[in-house]
Design a protein around this ligand. Structure first.
Ligand code: TXA
Ligand code: MG
Length: 339
C-alpha cells in the first residue's frame, strides 16, 4: 500500500471521518476513538445502538496506559504473549476515554491488531499526533451493518457501507476470518478473567500464559444481558434463513427441500455431503477449524446472495477447537432471515 494512502487515512481520521481498514480478523470501521463526534459517525454508519461499546485499536502496548487504568499484571502478560494479535482485553477505562466509545461503561476494550496494514496505519496515526488529546487510539467495530455478517474483504465493506465510509484501505482477504477473542480483566478483587467472546486465541492458550483458566460465557446469560453486542443472539446473520443439520441427516433433509421446490444452498466441510443442485449453491470449506473460520463469512455472504430459500449448514464437530466457529454459526442461524 502506498505511503500517500496512509497519509490520507490519517488526515481523514484526524478530521473525524471514517476509514475502514483490514485487520487479521475482519475489516474494521475506524474513527478517532478520542473524538465523540467521530465515534457517533460509526454508530450512524452501522445502524448500531449507541450504548454498545467499541474496541479501541492501538499501535502497541506502550499506548495501553493512555486508555486503561489499574491494569493488572495478567493484562501485561497477555499483551506480551498475544499482541499484535486477535485478542481484546477489557480493562478499567482511563479518565480521558470518552463514554461514547465505552457505551457509557467504566471499562474499555483494547487490542493491537496483527495485520500489517492496520499496524502501519496505527503507527502513522500515532506519529502524526493521533487525533483528539493525542491518545492515538482508533475505535473500530467490524465494518458491517449492525447484526450482519462481518466483512473479510474490502469489497464486502463497500457492499455493507457504501458511501458512508470516506476511505477503505484494501489489504486483501483477512487471514483469521472471525472476530477477536474478548477477555474481561476488569472485574473486582480476585475474580478470574472471563471470556466474553471466543475466537482464534483459545481459553487454553490464555490459561497457559496466566496460569488461570478463564470463566466461560454462560450461554443463557449472554442471551439475557446483551452488554456485549457480540452476545446478542441475532448477530453475524445472513438475510436468508439458515439452519444447521447433522451430516448424516443432510441427504434426507435436502431431498425433502428439493421435493418441495425450495432452493437451498449448502455450506459443507466434510466430503460426505450429498450433491445439491444447482452446483453453485455448494460452498465447501476446509475440514479444520481455522481454515473453516477463514472462509466462513465470505461463504455465508455468497450463499446469502445466491437467491436461496434456505442456507443449510453442515453441523460442525463439538470439539473445543471449533468453539469460536460454533458460536458464530449459532448466532448466525438465530438472527438469519430477519430484515
Ligand atoms: O476482531 C475484532 O475484534 C474486530 C476487529 C475490527 O478488530 N472488531 C470487532 O468489533 O469485532 P465489534 O464492535 O464488532 O465487536 C466488539 C465487541 C462487541 O461485542 C462489544 O460489545 C465488545 O467488543 N466490547 C467492546 N468494549 C467492551 C467493554 N468495555 N465491555 C464489554 N464488551 C465490550
Ligand atoms: Mg461486529
Amino acid at each position: 500500500m502506498k505511503r500517500q494512502e496512509f497519509s490520507r487515512a490519517v488526515e481523514l481520521l484526524q478530521a473525524g471521518q471514517l476509514v475502514a481498514f483490514p485487520t487479521e480478523t475482519v475489516y474494521g470501521l475506524g474513527a478517532d476513538a478520542a473524538n465523540p463526534d467521530a465515534v457517533a459517525r460509526i454508530f450512524a454508519a452501522k445502524g448500531r445502538p449507541a450504548d454498545h461499546p467499541l474496541i479501541v485499536h492501538l499501535a502497541g502496548s506502550a499506548y495501553l496506559d493512555r486508555w486503561a487504568r489499574a491494569i493488572p499484571n495478567v493484562a501485561w502478560e497477555l499483551a506480551e504473549a498475544f499482541w499484535p494479535g486477535p485478542l481484546t482485553l477489557i480493562l478499567k477505562r482511563a479518565p480521558e476515554v470518552p463514554y461514547a466509545v465505552t457505551g457509557g461503561q467504566e471499562t474499555v476494550g483494547v487490542r493491537v491488531p496483527a495485520h500489517p496494514v492496520a499496524l502501519d496505519l496505527l503507527r502513522a496515526y500515532a506519529q502524526a499526533g493521533g487525533g483528539h488529546s493525542g491518545l492515538c487510539g482508533i475505535a473500530a467495530p467490524s465494518a458491517n451493518r449492525f447484526g450482519r455478517i462481518s466483512p473479510t474483504d474490502a469489497a464486502h465493506v463497500r457492499e455493507e457501507l457504501g458511501n458512508s465510509v470516506a476511505l477503505v484501505l484494501d489489504g486483501g482477504r483477512c487471514p483469521v476470518g472471525i472476530e477477536s477473542t474478548i477477555i474481561d480483566l476488569s472485574r473486582a478483587g480476585d475474580q478470574p478473567p472471563r471470556l466474553l467472546r471466543p475466537g482464534h486465541i483459545t481459553p487454553e492458550q490464555i490459561a497457559t500464559v496466566i496460569g488461570i483458566f478463564p470463566e466461560l460465557p454462560d450461554v443463557q446469560q449472554a442471551v439475557d444481558t446483551p452488554r456485549v453486542s457480540g452476545s446478542l443472539d441475532a448477530h453475524y446473520a445472513p438475510l436468508t434463513p439458515m439452519q444447521l443439520v447433522k451430516t448424516e441427516q443432510l441427504s434426507a433433509f435436502i431431498g425433502g427441500l428439493q421435493q418441495d421446490g425450495r432452493r437451498c444452498g449448502l455450506l459443507a466441510h466434510t466430503r460426505r455431503t450429498p450433491a445439491v443442485a444447482p452446483a453453485h449453491a455448494l460452498r465447501q470449506l476446509p475440514d479444520d477449524a481455522q481454515g473453516y473460520a477463514r472462509g466462513l463469512y465470505a461463504a455465508l455472504r455468497e450463499l446469502d446472495q445466491a437467491g436461496n430459500d434456505l442456507i443449510v449448514v453442515e453441523d460442525i464437530p463439538a470439539a473445543p477447537a471449533w468453539a469460536a466457529v460454533s458460536d458464530r454459526l449459532r448466532r448466525a442461524a438465530c438472527g438469519s432471515g430477519e430484515e
